[in-house]
Write a protein that binds this ligand. Structure first.
Ligand SMILES: [Zn+2]
Length: 109
């Protein structure tokens, strides 16, 4: 496995699993586990019990991490999930380039 091309706030498309074809914003990256948390993707339902006074038990819906290999970065020009390569600029900073159209895919903040 190489370096993760996916960064926080990226828009990604899910390419495998139940949420295949859906898009969402990356909320969290976990490089060591090669996992990402994507807004609205891979919801898990967790039942919680009331633990104290004034607290209610119920169901929490929460996004669970998914493997980064199950998502692709969305290129706004191609309007789809694409493969990315890293390009090193003249000032030695790294940028991500869509392998389909050659456009830079900017990081979002
Ligand atoms: Zn592209």
């Amino acid at each position: 496995m190489g370096q993760m091309h996916i960064a926080k706030n990226d828009i990604v498309e899910v390419i495998a699993g139940n949420d295949r074809g859906k898009r969402g914003k990356v909320l969290k990256v976990m490089p060591k586990q090669s996992r990402v948390v994507v807004e609205g993707i891979n919801f898990i339902h967790r039942h919680t019990r009331a633990r104290g006074q004034g607290e209610q038990g119920g169901i929490i819906e929460k996004e669970a991490p998914i493997n980064v290999s199950n998502v692709m970065l969305v290129c706004t020009k191609c309007n789809k999930g694409v493969r990315i390569r890293t390009k090193i600029l003249a000032d030695r900073s790294k940028t991500r380039v869509c392998t389909q159209c050659g456009e830079m895919v900017e990081r979002r903040s």
